[in-house]
Design a protein around this ligand. Sequence first.
Ligand SMILES: [Cu+2]
Length: 152
Amino acid sequence: MIGCVLGLALPACDECCDAGGDRARADGCDCLGGERDDGQSPKTVAGARGEPDARYTVRGRVEMVPVAGKPQTEFVVHHEAIPDFKRLDGKLGMNEMSMPFPPAKSLDLSAIAVGDMVELEFAVWMKPGNLHMEATRVTKLAADAQLNLKGG
Ligand SMILES: [Cu+2]
């Protein structure tokens, strides 16, 4: 669930988030997947969320792109560490990890493919009852860009 990604007070999730990356996902932890906004709920109507509480820019490698008509596909990026990421528990930082970034409605991902290295901007809403995050801009990096990812 998204709250977990944001570092909500769920100890198991916190552990999972701290572990980061594919291991956490392989362990079946809810941290990187699970409950997500399906884009259908009334809350996602444009403007209903108001201004995001924070915006971040991070680089990473695309691991999955959403395919029209296949709801189980999503935009997944293995992102670099985000040292200034503000978590709900007041701590700072998100480790590098592989996680889904629901695309904003206006975001066109048609030029993005699995394996692409990208710079990603995302917005975060952190108020109780309005927890959400979405990718707002994705730009391809040069093919020889060097990402700082332990997982390769
Ligand atoms: Cu993350």
